[in-house]
Design a protein around this ligand. Structure first.
Ligand code: ADP
Ligand code: ZN
Ligand code: ZN
Length: 660
C-alpha cells in the first residue's frame, strides 16, 4: 500500500506520512487533505513511496487528493529543497509559502474569473544604442545557464535591454520572470511591458494584490498561460513550466531580502534557480550590491556595461557638494540650494529636495529636564507628526497625541528637534510662497492609487518643488526635473553598520539620477559637513567602480562579506537576560565547540535592543568557507531546536543577514 510523504506548513524539519490506497507517483506535486491533530490540513505531496519511515499500521489514511491545479513540477521542488537546506527553513514552510492562500485553505472561497485587461497601444521600440546591442547579444537565451550583471547608469536604457531579451524568449516559446523591488513604485514598468507585448499575457505577483487576483495570476504563471510574470521577491518561487529567463531589476535593492518567516534573498535564489533550470539570469543595477560586483569582477558573472545615457541629449547631472560648515542654514537648507531652487522656479523647471526622514521632527524634547519622546515599547524615539498632531513610533506603530507640556516636569516649552520631510515642506512653503510644493513619503502616499496620482501630478507639471524620501528615488523619469538637493546625508557616513556607506551611495546615485533625464541638464547639490569624504568624491565623479573598489578593499581587510560568510542566531524575549542566556546556551552546545572553520561570536544585544516590548539579542557565526558554514548550520540548528527555551522566547536563524 503506497505511502504519501506530505509537506505541511509547520516549523518541523520533516515530512508527514499518510496511507493512500490508490495513490501513484503521478500524484506528486498535488495538494492533499490530511487529518492532523483534531482537524485537517492541506499539504503538498512530495513523494509517493511503497514504504515510509513509520510502520504502516501507525499511519492515518490521507483524505482526498485535490486535482483543481496542475501538480507542482519537479524543478519547483528542487528549488524549495535548495532554499530549505540553504536557509535552514523547514521544507514544508518553504513549499507552502510559495502557494497562494486559496490553494492552502480547506474551504477556499469561490473565485470568479477575472476580467481580461484591455490590450494597451503597442509602442514601437527605439533603435538600440551600440552598448545596448552588445549587452543583448552577450546573453545567449538558448545557451543554458549564464549569469550576467547589467551595470548601467540611471537612464542608460537597462529596461530596453530587458525588453529585447524578453522578446527573444517569447519568440523561443519561453516564459520570463522579471523581478522588481517594489512593484508599487513602478506602475510605469508594468505599462511599458504590456504595451511592448500586446499579444502576450502579462501577470503581476506582489503582496498588495487581492487574494483572488494573486491566485489567478499564480495559476496563469503555473499553467504557462502567462508568458511574462512581473513580480516582487515572493514571485521567485512561482512554478513556471517554460521558464527561459530570469531578470532581477535593481538587484542591489534591500527589498529582495525577506525579513521574516523564511529569511531569503530573492536575488540569490534567482541565480540558483537559473542554474538549476539551465537558463540565463540577468541582474541589473546602476549601483550593484558589492556581492554581485565582486562576482562580476571575479568572473563568476559576465559584466555588461552601459556607460552612456540612452537618450543622447540627456547627460549625467553635475554633482556638487555644498560645504555647510561655514554657512547659516535655514531649516537645514543652505543658501546655494535655496538660490538654485529659485532659479528653477524662474525657469519653470522642477526641483526635488531629498531628505530620507519622514515626519515633522525625529523627536520632541524638553530643554528644562531632558525629557525626550521615547517609544515605551522600543529602543527608539517617537517621531513628531504635526500634520495630525501625533507622536509615532516608526518601528512598532505605537502612537499617541502630542502632549501640551513636558510629561515629567510640566514645562510648556517643549521643542521638536531635528527635521523631517513635513518640517522641510512647511519651510519651503514660507520661503517660496509662489511655488507649488508636493511632499512624497509614506505618510502622504499610502496606496498604489495615490502613488499613481502623484506621478501624474508631477508629470503634468503640477508641482514646482518635490520634497521626499527614497520613494522618489526609484526609477522614474521626470522630464522637467533639473535640480536635486540632498539634505541629511551625513548621518549615514559614520553609522556603526558597515553596510551603511553602500546603501547611502546607492541611494544618492539613484536620487541624483532623477535630475536631467531629458533634454534639460541636471544639477545635484549635496549638503555636507564632510566634503572631503571619499564617498562624496566618488559621487561627484559618478564613479561607482572607484567607490566599490575602495569598499571591497576595506571589507577584505576587515574580513566582512563578500570575503566571509555569515549567519546570525537571534532571540527575543520579554527580558534581555533570557535572550542572552539562550544564545549563550546555543553557543555552548557540543555541536558548536571545536569548530576550526566556523567562528562563533559572543551573544550581544541587537543594535535596536528593544522592539514592540521584546528584548532582542543576537549571535554571529562566520566562516571564510561557504561549504564549512553550510555543513555546520544544520547540525547546530537541530541541536538548538532540542534546547529548552523559556515559553515566551522566540528565536530564528538568518543566513546571509543584511543587517546586524
Ligand atoms: P534605466 O532603466 O537604465 O534607468 P530606462 O530603460 O528607463 O533606463 O531608459 C531611460 C530613457 O531612455 C527612457 O525614456 C527610454 O525610453 C529611453 N531609451 C532607452 N533606450 C533608448 C534608445 N536606444 N534610444 C533612445 N531612447 C532610449
Ligand atoms: Zn521637562
Ligand atoms: Zn515602538
Amino acid at each position: 500500500m503506497p505511502v504519501l510523504r506530505v509537506a505541511l506548513d509547520l516549523p518541523l524539519h520533516r515530512l508527514f506520512e499518510y496511507r493512500a490506497d490508490d495513490a501513484s507517483t503521478a500524484d506528486v506535486g498535488l495538494r492533499v487533505r490530511v487529518p492532523f491533530g483534531r482537524g485537517e490540513k492541506i499539504g503538498v505531496i512530495v513523494e509517493v513511496v511503497a514504504e515510509g519511515e513509520w510502520p504502516l499500521d501507525q499511519l492515518k489514511p490521507a483524505g482526498s487528493v485535490l486535482r483543481d491545479a496542475a501538480p507542482l513540477p519537479a524543478d519547483f521542488f528542487e528549488l524549495c529543497r535548495f532554499a530549505s537546506a540553504y536557509y535552514q527553513a523547514p521544507l514544508g514552510e518553504v513549499v507552502l509559502q510559495a502557494l497562494p492562500k486559496g490553494l492552502k485553505q480547506l474551504d477556499p472561497p469561490a473565485r470568479r474569473a477575472g476580467r481580461a485587461a484591455k490590450p494597451p497601444r503597442p509602442l514601437p521600440p527605439p533603435a538600440l544604442t551600440a552598448e545596448q546591442a552588445t549587452a543583448i547579444d552577450a546573453v545567449d537565451i538558448e545557451g543554458g545557464y549564464s549569469a550576467h550583471l547589467l551595470f548601467g547608469v540611471t537612464g542608460s536604457g537597462k529596461t530596453e535591454v530587458y525588453l529585447r531579451l524578453v522578446d527573444r524568449c517569447l519568440a523561443a516559446g519561453q516564459q520570463v520572470l522579471l523581478l522588481v523591488p517594489e512593484i508599487n513604485l513602478t506602475p510605469q514598468l508594468e505599462e511599458r511591458v504590456s504595451a511592448r507585448f500586446p499579444e502576450t499575457r502579462v501577470v503581476s505577483l506582489h503582496s498588495e494584490l487581492a487574494e483572488a487576483a494573486r491566485e489567478r495570476h499564480w495559476r496563469a504563471a503555473a499553467s504557462g498561460e502567462a508568458a511574462i510574470v512581473l513580480g516582487t521577491r515572493l514571485a521567485i518561487f512561482t512554478p513556471m513550466p517554460r521558464l527561459g529567463l530570469i531578470i532581477v531589476d535593481e538587484e542591489h535593492d534591500a527589498s529582495f531580502k525577506q525579513q521574516d518567516g523564511m529569511r531569503y534573498s530573492a536575488r540569490d535564489v534567482a541565480v540558483v534557480r537559473a542554474r538549476q533550470n539551465a537558463i540565463p539570469v540577468l541582474l541589473g543595477s546602476a549601483t550593484p550590491s558589492l556581492e554581485t560586483w565582486a562576482n562580476a569582477r571575479g568572473g563568476r558573472y559576465g559584466l555588461l556595461t552601459l556607460r552612456e545615457r540612452a537618450n543622447r541629449e540627456a547627460t549625467l547631472p553635475a554633482v556638487d557638494l555644498v560645504d555647510t560648515r561655514k554657512m547659516v542654514l535655514r531649516e537645514g537648507v543652505s543658501p546655494p540650494l535655496a538660490d538654485a531652487i529659485r532659479v528653477r522656479l524662474e525657469r519653470g523647471e522642477q526641483s526635488l529636495v531629498f531628505l530620507n526622514r519622514r515626519g515633522y521632527a525625529p523627536v520632541l524634547a524638553c530643554p528644562a529636564c531632558g525629557w525626550v519622546s521615547r517609544c515605551k515599547r522600543c529602543a527608539a524615539n517617537l517621531v513628531l507628526h504635526l500634520a495630525d498632531r501625533r507622536l509615532r513610533c516608526h518601528h512598532c506603530g505605537f502612537e499617541h497625541g502630542v502632549p501640551r507640556a513636558c510629561p515629567t516636569c510640566g514645562n510648556q516649552d517643549i521643542h521638536p528637534f531635528g527635521r523631517g520631510t513635513q518640517r522641510l515642506e512647511a519651510w519651503l512653503g514660507e520661503a517660496f510662497p509662489e511655488a507649488r510644493i508636493l511632499r512624497v513619503d509614506r505618510d502622504s502616499v499610502k496606496s498604489r492609487k495615490q502613488w499613481e496620482s502623484v506621478l501624474e501630478r508631477i508629470h503634468g507639471g503640477e508641482a514646482d518643488i518635490l520634497v521626499g524620501t527614497q520613494m522618489l528615488a526609484k526609477g522614474h523619469d521626470f522630464p522637467k526635473l533639473t535640480l536635486v538637493g540632498v539634505l541629511g546625508a551625513d548621518s549615514a557616513l559614520f553609522a556603526a553598520d558597515w553596510r551603511a556607506p553602500e546603501r547611502l551611495f546607492a541611494q544618492l546615485m539613484q536620487v541624483a539620477g532623477r535630475a536631467g533625464r531629458a533634454e534639460l541638464k541636471g544639477e545635484v547639490l549635496i549638503q555636507t559637513q564632510y566634503p572631503d569624504h571619499p564617498l562624496f568624491a566618488s559621487l561627484v565623479g559618478h564613479d561607482y567602480e572607484g567607490f566599490a573598489a575602495g569598499q571591497l578593499k576595506e571589507r577584505e581587510q576587515a574580513g566582512f562579506p563578500p570575503y566571509a560568510f555569515q549567519a546570525v542566531l537571534r532571540a527575543e524575549a520579554p527580558e534581555m537576560a533570557a535572550a542572552i542566556d539562550f544564545l549563550t546556551a546555543a553557543a555552548a552546545l557540543p555541536e558548536a565547540s571545536g569548530q576550526n572553520d566556523v567562528a562563533i561570536y559572543d551573544p550581544v544585544p541587537m543594535r535596536m535592543a528593544r522592539l514592540a516590548n521584546l528584548e532582542r539579542g543576537q549571535l554571529l557565526v562566520e566562516s571564510y568557507s561557504r561549504p564549512a558554514l553550510q555543513a555546520f548550520l544544520p547540525r547546530w540548528r537541530a541541536a538548538i531546536e532540542a534546547l529548552k527555551a523559556p515559553s515566551r522566547l522566540r528565536w530564528h536563524l538568518e543566513v546571509d543577514p543584511l543587517e546586524l
